[in-house]
Ligand binder design. Sequence first.
Ligand SMILES: [Zn+2]
Length: 270
Amino acid sequence: MPELPEVETSRRGIEPHIVDATITRVVIRDRRLRWPVSRAVDRNLPGQTVTSVGRRAKYLLINTGKGTAILHLGMSGSVCILDLDTPASIHDHVDIEFDTGLMLRFRDPRRFGSLHWSKQPLSHRLLKNLGPEPLDDAFDGYYLWQKSRGRSVSIKQFIMNAHIVVGVGNIYASESLFMAGINPRRAAGRIAGHRYDALANAIKDVLGKAIKAGGTTLRDFYGGDGEAGYFQQQLEAYGREDQPCRRCDTPITAIVQGQRSTFYCKRCQT
Ligand SMILES: [Zn+2]
């Protein structure tokens, strides 16, 4: 599933090709995505010029003067930039064509992605209740500490809750907690402020590194399949069950929390 770093990489990959380009036509071959694609998308986009490509959580925001197309990549979706005459394959559900001779193509084999039109995207029902962006200054240890008071949920599930902070997927949660030395089973409400400072910094660091790694794939968005995949980065804890902790040599422990795998060091993470 594309995580926040992959979506941010997609944003950076497509933006230079479509900003200032005018949309000439929208082709929707299959409206049956996670939610049916509204005709408002293909009614409003043609004639509009793209002013910027933004991102909120894992939604790409294709902004125009009239409104915004909100695109979610779902479980298996990807976007790429292609020449207009590139034949479509079975999973290519949406093309947004431009006056530049290029198009933005959305491919999604499992069709869990979505495409909406909105005049005020940040107030859209899918986006309005989301927590802050992890890389924004508004997200810090003090914010997490405040939000966590009185919460008995585990810290791992707490930071994976999109109402608390967006974009901390399963791998990134394990990695951040390892870096911050926090036991993933600890109750969120019982963690001190200075430890939340370390955790917020670890989250920023882990996601920032993944985005940086994604930068090496940016040229793949033109003419390629746009599938950036998971970025190669050294994982400290995730997926390393029974292998020695890189800090203390204790074998890494694997547990299940909220039906998701968690990996941690029983000695370093308290
Ligand atoms: Zn250790």
